[in-house]
Write a protein that binds this ligand. Structure first.
Ligand code: NAD
Ligand code: UDP
Length: 313
């Protein structure tokens, strides 16, 4: 297949592109490099089946493809809150443009949705039927509501125009190729621990997250993309192992042999208190479940951050 990966120069997009090429597909990456970097796909540039175009998905795009994966959107709270209007435009206008392209080319299209559509959930674990608890006017809303509107658009293009849409709700994912200044918790803690700097703990660290290793996540995304038309989701893709942020900090300190202290800071507003996916649907519909547990995934990711830090100093 000829597959368009929007946001393909980002953390997840670069891993997805690499895996799709490895499976014999042609990959066309479009990215405006807002948070992504050419460096993430530099090793793919010589591959004859790979193409990279600088393009902002809020503008229409005319190419011929068989499948589209929409990963274009800054994902770290620090970055998506830097230009909130652009963030919500990216999710809404980007989805409209790519869904239009899917309709015209008769391509299947996958949306990288998020656990953030559940907001600050009052049930746990979160199953796909749960509608969420989301603030419409807070600092996270540009991301959350943009992703929710994107899910609506995907569902309406399916109902109204019979487009083969697929929605993956991705839970916190980590691994190599996260930018050192990404701002999300796993990369922040590893970089701080390796540099012997204080670990920045927002709030008292009792809030929870479930962390999925990137290789597992990509396997889940591709299995959804390749499913027949009647499998459309939304489907949670994540690792149900649930940890407090304090537990994560302690594990990172242990695995990096760091002497960093933990520095408590103010909890950002609307920071969800708990997050844990119910993955029964992924197990039954995709025959997928994660294999890499947090300790093992961190052990695999830490050398990447060590190398990146060494190359910058
Ligand atoms: P990332 O920030 O590394 O990647 C996003 C990519 O999209 C970057 O390359 C960026 O330059 C590009 N982009 C942003 N706006 C664009 C625009 N208007 N036009 C074209 N390209 C644009 O983040 P990531 O972790 O790789 O996330 C990828 C996708 O997965 C995002 O849509 C995100 O919402 C979703 N997601 C990720 C996670 C996670 O834990 N990593 C969790 C839930 C959902
Ligand atoms: N967090 C933290 N220190 C950091 C970065 C994040 O304590 O340096 C916390 C953050 O407040 C949240 C959790 O870690 O409770 C996960 O944050 P992240 O930005 O990775 O993603 P989120 O799941 O909130 O979108």
């Amino acid at each position: 297949m000829r597959i368009l990966v929007a946001g393909g120069a980002g953390f997840l997009g670069s891993h997805l592109s690499e895996r799709l090429l490895g499976e014999g597909h042609e990959v066309l990456v479009v990215d405006n490099f807002y948070t992504g970097q050419r460096e993430n796909v530099a090793h793919l540039l010589d591959n004859k089946k790979f193409e990279l175009i600088r393009h902002d998905v809020t503008f229409p795009l005319f190419v011929e493809v068989d499948a589209i994966c929409n990963l274009a959107c800054p994902a770290s709270p620090v970055h998506y809150q830097r230009n909130p209007v652009q963030t919500i435009k990216t999710s809404i206008l980007g989805s409209i443009n790519l869904l239009g392209l899917a309709r015209r080319t008769n391509a299947r299209i996958l949306q990288a949705s998020t656990s953030e559509i559940y907001g600050d959930p009052v049930i746990s674990p979160q199953e796909e039927e749960y509608w969420g608890n989301v603030n419409t006017i807070g600092v996270r809303s540009c991301y959350d509501e943009g992703k929710r509107a994107a899910e609506t658009l995907f569902s309406d293009y399916r109902r109204q125009y019979d487009v083969d849409t697929k929605i993956a709700r991705i839970f916190n994912t980590y691994g190599p190729r996260m930018a050192l200044d990404d701002g999300r918790v796993v990369s922040n803690f590893i970089v701080q621990a390796l540099l012997g700097k204080p670990i920045t703990m927002y709030g008292d660290g009792s809030q929870t997250r479930s962390f999925c290793y990137v290789d597992d996540l990509i396997t889940g995304l591709i299995s959804l993309l390749m499913k027949e038309k009647n499998v459309s989701g939304p489907i949670n893709i994540g690792n149900p192992g649930e940890f407090t942020i304090l537990e994560l900090a302690q594990l990172v300190i242990e695995l990096t042999n760091s002497n960093s202290s933990i520095e408590f800071r103010t909890l950002p507003s609307d920071d969800p208190k708990q997050r844990k996916p119910d993955i029964s649907k992924a197990k039954s519909d995709l025959q997928w479940e994660p294999r890499v547990q947090l300790r093992e995934g961190l052990i695999q990711a830490i050398p990447y951050f060590e190398a990146r830090i060494a190359s910058k100093t």
